[in-house]
Design a protein around this ligand. Structure first.
Ligand code: SF4
Length: 418
């Protein structure tokens, strides 16, 4: 099969993988080498569904020996199969790079032959790029669950970012929908990557000559909606992955029905894109707004409200904590006000050092008043409408959702990458 035919099959097969985004690396071009992985050196463009399209994003192979129920590439599906050689992927990457088509490589693979054989070939792609072609650009490599430790270690010394897909939010779902994978086979390499990442970062602080291990950190991807776990379960797991495995990002991928099966949601089901969107917002609260998962959801409220962003939903459940005075609230309190982001909270603190903030300053500071007004006072004045009942506040906040959220409710088509 010609390389171009393989490329068509394997680029198309990679489109369901969401776990690539910014490089996380900052490494300039080496003397006599080509490419760089400076944070500003990689141009990111984002598809409307959040997928990153700036890298050459391909599978090494789609000839899978596993049979995960939800996956298009599973062994039991009849489809065109192809496998690149490591040399072909390295040559394609360099050719595309030199033509300015891409800034780096995102390489994943189905499991062909065995996890070790697949991982060894992926590591070989990296070795060829780094050592033969002296490619210094960004490489994001998927780790194959079950691959040997030393292969994972080698991958960490060659790639900028690694990811092990957690796939499903619980061991029970994994057993039922991906029986050839195991929780241990996924979490063990993740843990090792996390430990090595932290260990080598400390070493590099002591000596610049220490090797760098996976400088962009690790990410993972979780399929949402293929199994029955609640958002509370998913968010607790996400929080644990950040805290215990030093993950940089957890990506959520709305389940796209491509196969039929008694254990899967019906084929006609549209991907739960609004749920995915709300989970990303909740993830943002964990990472940047100092929230903990038990504050966002609880056994009494195990799922995110699809009508409202999670911060607004939290604020409404804790309405007794509001209104907050914009000129007195602490930074942490400001972050909890719907319509106040990290940048506007910082600006409020900075502006207050010089003079008290006036009502007319709020828009300039970047506050989204149509959401924030129900939760704040300024110089003694409440900005919301006191005649509104709780339900009308909810309805006003739903209307104040940013444009695009409604589109998500209707837009369920998977975008093509190439
Ligand atoms: S291992 Fe499972 S999810 Fe991965 S390509 Fe094979 S069938 Fe698909």
């Amino acid at each position: 099969m010609k390389t171009s035919e393989k490329l068509k099959i394997l680029a198309d097969a990679a489109k369901y993988d969401a776990s690539c985004s910014s490089s996380g690396s900052n490494r300039k071009a080496a003397p006599n080498g080509i490419g760089n992985a400076a944070a500003s050196g990689i141009c990111h463009s984002w598809a409307a569904d959040g997928r990153c399209v700036s890298l050459l994003k391909i599978l090494l192979s789609n000839a899978c020996v596993y049979d995960c129920s939800y996956c298009l590439n599973r062994r039991s599906n009849m489809l065109d199969r192809a496998t690149f050689t490591p040399e072909e992927v390295a040559d394609l990457t360099i050719n595309f790079y030199l033509r300015n088509y891409i800034e780096g490589l995102f390489l994943s693979s189905a499991v062909y032959a065995s996890p070790d054989k697949t991982m060894a070939d992926m590591v070989e792609v990296c070795r060829l790029l780094r050592q033969k072609h002296r490619f210094n650009g960004y490489i994001h490599l998927k780790v194959i669950p079950g691959a040997a430790n030393d292969l994972v270690l080698q991958a960490g010394f060659l790639a900028d970012r690694l990811s092990v897909n957690i796939e499903l939010p619980s061991e029970a779902s994994l057993k039922s929908l991906a029986p050839q994978k195991s929780k241990q086979g996924i979490l063990a390499p993740m843990k090792r990557i996390g430990e090595n990442f932290t260990g080598f970062q400390l070493e590099r602080k002591k000596s610049r000559n220490s090797p760098s291990f996976c400088p962009g950190g690790q990410t993972t991807q979780m399929i949402i909606g293929a199994s029955a776990e609640s958002d509370l379960h998913i968010l607790n797991l996400t929080e644990n992955l950040y805290n215990k495995m030093s993950l940089k990002r957890v990506y959520f991928s709305a389940y796209i029905p491509v196969n039929e099966g008694p254990l899967l949601p019906a084929l006609a089901t549209a991907p739960p894109l609004i749920r995915e969107h709300r989970l990303y917002q909740a993830d943002w609260l964990l990472r940047f707004y100092k929230f903990q998962s038990h504050e966002i959801l609880s056994p009494a409220f195990p799922n995110l409200d699809e009508r409202l962003d999670p911060k607004a939903a939290w604020a409404l459940r804790n309405f007794d904590l509001f209104p907050l005075d914009i000129n007195r609230a602490s930074y942490e309190e400001l972050l909890r006000i719907p319509g106040v982001g990290v940048t506007s909270a910082r600006r409020i603190i900075q502006t207050r050092r010089v003079a008290a903030i006036r009502e007319q300053d709020l828009k300039k500071i970047g506050m989204v008043l149509k959401r924030a007004r129900f939760f704040v006072t300024i110089n003694g004045k409440y900005l919301g409408d006191t005649s509104l009942s709780y339900h009308r506040v909810v309805s006003a906040l739903c209307k104040a959702e940013p444009p695009g959220t409604n589109k998500l409710l209707h837009h369920s088509r998977q975008l093509r990458l190439f």
